[in-house]
Design a protein around this ligand. Structure first.
Ligand code: PEP
Length: 252
């Protein structure tokens, strides 16, 4: 089963509209030139509109970094999947470790977001990953397994098919210290096997599992060469075209 790798840039709380415009303009020719991966950018909410217009007709897909699991309502400051669909998003990141840590997001809340995204045909990128303490205690599979099971609770097979998983060890995010290709592959294989248990082997083989955590031009090739790594969720290195372009072109 061939899975098209997804290289997605998570711009976090960076980039004013003009800066986002400049960056995406620089990325378009690179994204249009590769046929072995899909490229997505996830700007802050305030830049979604301008970037949505810029990427129309290009090979760059648009993603959001978060959503609130209601269609609309009195939820001051929140953004709904309906709004994200309306603005042209294809993907939405859910369960990023920064949201779990700083905004106390639980697996149950993340699960609600998935269901609301499915209602609007948005593709979730579900982030999972263990902390350094958990890894050092040898608990990474227990932790990630629990996040997967609870995050995906009651998700039917046809919706799972539209879901991307991002394995992001928390100790590797924004630290410059990436998981080794072997460490990442071991966890990706574990996640795929778990999806095989929850669903079935055919479905598990078709799901894209991205790696995230200090992906940069110097390590992307080796990480992407692993059998079960199907792309990257890139934070810091997606903010500069001279770093993100070589990541997009990891096979050139
Ligand atoms: C991320 O924010 O999802 C991420 C992986 O960040 P970084 O690439 O900076 O480690």
């Amino acid at each position: 089963m061939s899975r098209i790798p997804l290289i997605a840039g998570n711009w976090k709380m960076y980039k004013l509209s003009g800066e986002a415009t400049d960056l995406v303009k620089a990325l378009i020719p690179a994204a249009n030139s590769v046929d072995y991966c899909e490229v997505a950018v996830c700007p802050p909410f305030t830049a979604l509109s301008v970037i949505s217009n810029l990427v129309k007709g290009t090979k760059i897909s648009l993603g959001a970094q978060n959503c609130y699991p209601e269609k609309e309502g009195a939820f001051t400051g929140e953004i709904s999947p309906a709004m994200l669909k309306d603005i042209g998003c294809k993907y939405t990141i859910v369960g990023h470790s920064e949201r779990r840590k700083y905004f106390a997001e639980t697996d149950a809340f993340i699960n609600q977001k998935l269901f609301k995204l499915y209602e609007y045909n948005l593709l979730p990128i579900l982030c999972v990953g263990e902390t350094l303490e958990e890894r050092e205690a040898g608990k990474m599979k227990e932790v990630v397994g629990s996040q997967i099971k609870k995050g995906l609770a009651n998700v039917p097979e046809e919706k799972m098919q539209t879901t991307v998983i991002a394995y992001e060890p928390v100790w590797a995010i924004g630290t410059g210290k990436n998981a080794t290709p072997e460490q990442a592959q071991e966890m990706h294989l574990f996640i795929r096997a778990l999806l095989g248990e929850i669903y079935n082997a055919t479905l598990a083989e078709s799901i894209r599992i991205q790696y995230g955590g200090s992906v940069k031009p110097s390590n992307v090739k080796e990480l992407m060469s692993q059998k079960d790594i199907d792309g990257a969720l890139v934070g810091g290195a997606s903010l500069k075209s001279d770093q993100f372009i070589p990541i997009i072109k990891f096979r050139d």
